[in-house]
Design a protein around this ligand. Structure first.
Ligand SMILES: [Zn+2]
Ligand SMILES: [Zn+2]
Length: 416
């Protein structure tokens, strides 16, 4: 058996206890003080150098290796969601309206386990390992940027980053990764269409924002269907429309809300620009006006092929090659680990937790989401193996953004 997995199985019960404790006491974005204290105490107990209060409630542990030439980092998010936990276990949330329904309690326990595994053989490590415990992944603008501003990627400079997320859509014990872009870049918008109110019997004295809004919706449909590459995955959708108070009054304004999602931030920004042009032309045609407020959300996570290659090989050593799935299908959600990947090569991967026989098949963010804790030792061992393999690799993976998604799984197979 893989040496890290052998050691991880010894601490499995301890990791389970930590995870259940965090699960009972969930803390939402930027209030993770109890969680941060538990993390910092554990890392200090291992003898690591620990920085607290990084970018808010973030904690960073640093393990110095034999040679200090290269540094590999791992990131776990610590925050819970503002929702009710409806799982049946004894570890159910004790805090009303807060739940670890995205598995971040598991990510935290897994990474603490990896620190314990790597601490044991630190003298043989070819470089340093940084353990990043991040606050507030779920709540915009996220905890990654404040940590970056607080120097989490500096002194020593991080050369590569691995991040695990649990995934109930992948069989328990399997690993899944997507080379290239693996999550979407999104933007939320509020569009206020401004006309001139009046009596429905006197439309020539008014500017009807309802007709303008309908025209904007129709015109927007051709942005994706006629002006973007059909092979790109892009979404432009309206979610709300509100305007008017009575059937015989032309209102002053109509307000619409919607979302734009694309695989790369560049594509998203292009669609946002086209949407603004379209709305402007439509408003001008009607003699009206508009206000468009666009809120950029997380950019896409880009998985560097060299990092995916190291992850795939390391994971195969722990769970076996047949349980390492490479897919070119991205995950249409967002993740703020993207901000780290914009600066350093990274691999964001999924640890499968799906097990319908045990009732662990509820999706992330479901009040019933839960998983079997044996994945904690698997995740810890994969992290540790990734650290050892990254630090002993002869070639450092390429900088982010140097490759395109279409090179895919085949290209990441044996890539330095
Ligand atoms: Zn989530
Ligand atoms: Zn999550």
């Amino acid at each position: 058996m893989n040496r890290f997995l052998t050691d991880a199985k010894i601490i499995q019960a301890e990791l389970g206890e930590i995870r259940r404790d965090l699960h009972r006491h969930p803390e939402t974005g930027m209030t993770e003080t109890r969680t941060a204290r538990i993390v910092a105490d554990y890392l200090k107990g291992l003898g690591l150098s620990v920085r607290e209060g990084v970018g808010g409630t973030g904690v960073v542990g640093l393990l110095y290796g034999q040679r200090k030439t290269r540094t590999v980092a791992f990131r776990a998010d610590m925050d819970a969601l503002p929702m009710t936990d409806r799982t049946a276990g004894e570890h159910r949330s004790r805090i009303d309206g807060k739940a670890h329904a995205c598995g971040h309690d598991g990510h935290t326990a897994m990474l603490l386990g990896a620190a314990a595994l790597l601490r044991r053989g630190a003298e043989t490590l070819e470089g340093n390992v940084k353990f990043i415990f991040q606050p507030s992944e779920e709540r915009l603008p996220g905890g990654a940027l404040p940590m970056i501003r607080d120097g989490v990627l500096d002194t020593p400079r991080v050369d590569g980053l691995f991040t695990c997320h649990v995934h109930p859509g992948v069989p328990q014990g399997s690993v899944m990764v997507t080379p290239g872009y693996c999550t979407v870049s999104s933007a939320g918008f509020t569009l206020e269409v401004i006309g001139k109110g009046g009596h429905v019997a006197l439309p020539h004295q008014a500017v009807d924002p309802i007709v303008m809004a309908a025209d904007c919706i129709n015109a927007a449909q051709t942005i994706i269907s006629r002006r973007t590459d059909p092979l790109d995955s892009i979404i432009l959708a309206f979610g709300t429309i509100h305007g008017g108070t009575a059937n015989n009054i032309i209102p002053d304004t109509v307000t619409l809300e919607g979302t734009i999602r694309a695989l790369s931030p560049k594509q998203r920004d292009r669609v946002v620009a086209m949407f603004r042009e379209t709305v402007e032309a439509t408003a001008r045609k009607h003699g009206g006006d508009f206000r468009l407020d666009v809120r950029m959300e997380y950019p896409s996570v880009y998985n560097a092929l060299g990092m995916v290659s190291i992850l795939r090989e390391a994971a195969a050593k722990v769970v076996g090659a047949s349980r390492v799935i490479c897919t070119e299908r991205p995950f249409m959600g967002g993740e703020d680990v993207a901000y780290f990947h914009e600066r350093i090569p990274g691999a964001f991967w999924f640890m499968g937790t799906g097990n319908p026989d045990m009732g662990f098949d509820h999706p992330l963010h479901s009040p019933l989401f839960d998983f079997d804790e044996t994945v904690l030792s698997l995740g810890a061992a994969i992290h540790a193996q990734c650290a050892a393999d990254f630090l002993s690799a002869t070639v450092v993976p390429r900088v982010p953004g140097a490759e395109t998604r279409r090179q895919g799984c085949e290209a990441s197979r044996n890539r330095p």
